[in-house]
Design a protein around this ligand. Structure first.
Ligand code: ADP
Length: 321
């Protein structure tokens, strides 16, 4: 397709209701018992991009992933995975999908290579085909030289990276990642991020759920914030920050907080107290910082607003279990 033809071809596809979106969810709904845990979610992934799903515990993220993969049936709405209707064509669609589940499901009694072989066979790959891919997969996951290591001897970070390598055994076009770095140390997280960036650079599409806002900010082109089974905001990390929050935050703590709270109300656009800290959201941090300088009973931290501020504003500070 030439560039000149592209807009016309896209318009034609759109008119037919088709697209090259690796995943399309339309008005997706799922009930458990009496509760609507996924409540009309629309989502369309762009090829070669990373789309983040952020939401507090119980928001419906994992259920959305399971619906998308055809692991559970929807009560309403449609799922199209790599062009296939789900769950009717699940087996066909999943051939080019990789999954990194929240909890590692590696076989502890097998070696690294044996885990890859067993998993690859689910996709109908021969032992020879998988063997040929093993060095590349292990190199990608920073596990070169570990092919014959028993899984039980690997560290947590290594196991997580092996789970990522395993998800790539069938050379998927679309990869679902459910909290891929939970429980890892910063070194291991950075290694996983490098790997995920390389996948995006190779044109793979990623759907990522995470509780780490810095991870979402680093990796995601688009983020859907989900709460109570609904998408409550969507945009690039930058768009979400600009659209939902004041540009500066001054976090204030110390003995004189009660007095400062009264003063801050007149200086800042919005203030929120969480425990011993007052979060002061403002367009003009200079005024706030100048006022704080003359108050020796207070300490403060001035920083740019980030995705976590947006997340907390949209979903609240109350604990979710
Ligand atoms: P998240 O991944 O955002 O933490 P989930 O999709 O796991 O949220 O869960 C959304 C809601 O659905 C929660 O209230 C959870 O308890 C409920 N839920 C999830 N799976 C089941 C299930 N198999 N049976 C009953 N309730 C479920």
């Amino acid at each position: 397709m030439t560039d000149a033809n592209a807009p016309a071809a896209c318009a034609a596809l759109a008119a037919e209701g088709l697209s090259d979106a690796p995943l399309r969810l339309r008005n997706l709904c799922k009930r458990y018992g009496g509760a609507l845990v996924v409540d009309g979610i629309d989502l369309e992934l762009a090829p070669g991009r990373c789309h983040g799903l952020l939401g507090p515990n119980g928001a419906g993220k994992t259920t959305t992933l399971r619906l998308a993969l055809g692991l559970v049936g929807a009560d309403a709405g449609t799922v199209e995975l790599l062009g296939h209707p789900m769950p009717a064509a699940a087996a066909q669609a999943r051939r080019k999908v990789g999954v990194v589940p929240q909890v590692d499901s590696l076989d502890p009694d097998f070696t690294v290579r044996e885990n890859l072989l067993t998993y690859g066979r689910y996709f109908g790959l021969s032992g020879r085909e998988i063997d040929a891919r093993v060095p590349e997969l292990l190199e990608f996951a920073g596990l070169a030289g570990k092919a014959d290591a028993p899984v039980q001897t690997l560290s947590g970070g290594m196991k997580r990276r092996l789970t990522l390598a395993r998800a790539l055994v069938n050379d998927p076009d679309l990869i679902f990642l459910d909290e891929p770095t939970t429980g890892l140390d910063p070194q291991a997280r950075h290694l996983i991020w490098q790997g995920l960036r390389r996948l995006i650079a190779r044109g793979k599409t990623l759907l990522l759920t995470t509780h780490f806002m810095d991870e979402a900010e680093r990796l995601c082109d688009v983020i859907s914030v989900i709460d109570h089974g609904r998408v409550i905001a969507r945009g690039s990390p930058r768009e979400l920050i600009i659209g939902h929050i004041e540009p500066h935050v001054v976090e204030v703590f110390g003995d004189a907080l009660a007095e400062w709270k009264v003063c801050a109300a007149g200086l800042c656009r919005r203030c929120e107290q969480a425990g011993e800290t007052l979060f002061c959201y403002t367009d003009s941090p200079e005024r706030v910082v100048a006022a704080l300088e003359s108050r020796p009973g207070l300490r403060y931290l001035h920083r740019p607003a980030n995705l976590e501020d947006v997340f907390l504003k949209l979903t609240g500070r109350d604990l979710r279990d």
